[in-house]
Unconditional design. Structure first.
Length: 356
């Protein structure tokens, strides 16, 4: 942010402030109207918003403002970040990805799946794969999506520190690594391991490599499908992902679990960070509808699916979700989240392992 010209920084700061007021002012206002209406119980035994709740919530006076602002601010976010990257290309220029100890493995013949290219995920025009600046736009936009509270990637470091058991890992693979924001902390936390980041986006992997080299990290970034990485079977001690599995179709998610099971050594671990229903019907409706307003069509099916059963069907054992608090506590105990007034993601970590 400090590298941006004043006008671009002002535009980005405006969108960030708008998103914060959407989260800490509009969302609590809608929630207060819902609680006052007492139209239905807010506890959903199945953990998913029950039928009919959407009509009741949509009728609340503040809801139209909340819904419009969610999508409108997201569009403004990408306009502001795209302009900032275009206007500050010299200041934001990356070192060549080839300079440093990290290895980049691109596949020019890789066919990107239709489910990946048919949607502008997160409303980012052209997605994260379509052009050389797409990754830098995504990198800046991701800071705004997290409301400016993950600028130093503390959230991802917290995942590494609290959700990954301390072991003598030899090889780790981070699926859907994007521009590397989870893979870097893993390499820093486990310097004796070889960390491989896998992603479909060539621009993201190029940026991940440049950022890793700038940190002096010796890693591997590989362009491949998480469902078919081409990596050696039974050669990894840990398979991870952060914010990946809600962005793939269920059939692809099943294939990712099968691939994870194939890659893991006996006794190897899986840790996937993503979202889970909270059991609060109002809260869960907000995250389900976030998928539609944020161009994330695979989020609602994932939230409704029995994801642990999918992992078990792939041959993994001891599968279960645990709640996660990104504000500092990290991994919690069971699926119980602290009470919070503001809009926030219901973070959770899926743990599993490969039988010995």
């Amino acid at each position: 942010m400090a590298q941006l010209q004043l006008a671009d920084r002002a535009a980005v700061d405006f969108v960030l402030s708008l998103r914060r007021r959407w989260a800490d002012t509009l969302y609590p206002a809608v929630r207060a109207e819902w609680d006052a209406a007492d139209a239905e119980p807010t506890a959903a035994p199945a953990g998913i918003a029950p039928p009919g709740i959407a009509l009741a919530v949509h009728a609340l006076p503040a809801h139209a403002w909340f819904a419009w602002m969610e999508r409108g601010a997201q569009k403004m976010l990408w306009r502001a970040t795209a302009d900032a990257v275009a206007n500050n290309s010299d200041e934001l220029a990356n070192e060549p990805a080839s300079l440093g100890p990290t290895r980049l493995e691109l596949d020019p013949d890789l066919l990107l799946p239709d489910w990946y290219t048919d949607w502008d995920i997160h409303l980012q025009p052209g997605g994260v794969w379509s052009g050389p600046t797409a990754a830098r736009v995504y990198e800046l936009g991701a800071k705004l999506v997290m409301l400016g509270e993950n600028d130093d990637y503390g959230f991802h470091r917290l995942f590494v520190e609290t959700a990954l058991p301390r072991r003598d890992y030899r090889r780790i693979v981070d699926m859907g690594c994007g521009f590397g924001k989870s893979a870097w902390p893993m390499q820093q936390a486990f310097p004796d391991a070889v960390v491989t980041g896998v992603d479909l986006s060539a621009p993201c992997l190029q940026l991940a490599t440049a950022r890793a080299n700038a940190r002096g990290l010796a890693m591997v970034f590989r362009q491949a499908d998480a469902a078919d990485t081409g990596l050696e079977a039974g050669s990894f001690d840990l398979v991870t992902s952060t914010m990946l599995i809600h962005e793939v179709p269920l059939e692809t998610l099943a294939a990712i679990f099968r691939e994870a099971a194939r890659l893991l050594r006996p006794g190897g671990l899986l840790r996937f960070m993503d979202f889970q229903p909270t059991g609060d019907a109002f809260r869960d409706l907000a995250i389900i509808e976030h998928g539609a307003r944020n161009n994330e069509p695979f989020m609602p099916p994932m939230l409704a699916a029995d994801v642990p059963a999918m992992a078990a069907a792939a041959g993994l054992i001891n599968v279960g979700w645990t709640a996660f608090d990104e504000r500092g506590a990290g991994l919690l105990d069971g699926l119980a989240w602290p009470d919070r007034l503001e809009w926030h993601f219901p973070w959770a970590v899926l743990a599993a392992e490969k039988p010995q």
